[in-house]
Design a protein around this ligand. Structure first.
Ligand SMILES: [Mg+2]
Length: 216
């Protein structure tokens, strides 16, 4: 876990949680969210899954080389292959099966309850809002999250700054009083820091359990 530029403790502050690989740790499910859409794209392109995966890996590598080593989101890769954001959202709604992989997380529920006594809590995810609701419901934390910003809220994906600004606006908290929590620096942390927010880079939900010890 790595902590960046936390704001001083004040009233009216917000925590934005990335969802996948942040509020749960399940590599098999996380990988399925990459593999299943890539399989569908491969079919559309008349390629094998392996060829498509290799091509996307090359795309990521080239993109990173052209952008100071940064990471591109899968949604933005799909846009380059002509898959519109609307299609991407529909694919994710059809292909994501949180119910098949995740279970109730009592410890996460207790931690979020504790944090909710001081912070407005929001989920900021590159999955559609409906998938976020299903995921949070399986984890049994949906009722604790006050706002959800998904891929279909702004129709752009993180790290676009619009997504984080929208979350701050929905929470009615000044941007400088927000803290973004996530497992990918380039996607979840770097732009919030540029916007003047704080950031907490985690290695999965086990690190989220430790956040009250840092913030409370
Ligand atoms: Mg994530």
């Amino acid at each position: 876990m790595k902590v960046f530029a936390l704001p001083e403790k004040k009233t009216n502050q917000a925590l934005f949680f990335d969802m996948d690989s942040t509020l749960y740790t399940n590599n098999e499910y996380a990988q399925s969210q990459i593999d299943l859409p890539v399989k569908r794209l491969a079919k559309l392109q008349g390629k094998t899954f392996d060829d498509m995966s290799c091509e996307i890996a090359m795309f990521r590598k080239k993109w990173a080389a052209d952008h100071d080593g940064k990471t591109i989101s899968l949604s933005n890769i799909f846009l380059s292959y002509g898959i519109s954001m609307a299609d991407n959202i529909r694919w994710r709604e059809e292909l994501c099966r949180p119910e098949d992989y995740l279970v109730k997380d009592i410890q996460l529920r207790s931690v979020l309850h504790q944090l909710a006594s001081r912070y407005v809590l929001a989920v900021v995810t590159n999955n559609p809002v409906s998938v976020a609701i299903r995921t949070l419901s399986v984890l049994d934390v949906y009722d604790i999250m006050q706002k959800i910003v998904g891929l279909d809220t702004c129709n752009v994906s993180k790290p676009d700054r619009a997504v984080f600004l929208k979350a701050a606006q929905l929470c009615d908290v000044p941007v400088q009083q927000c803290i973004s929590v996530g497992d990918r620096y380039d996607i979840d942390i770097s732009v919030p820091l540029e916007l003047g927010m704080g950031g907490i880079l985690v290695n999965g939900v086990e690190d989220v359990y430790k956040i009250p010890g840092i913030l409370m």
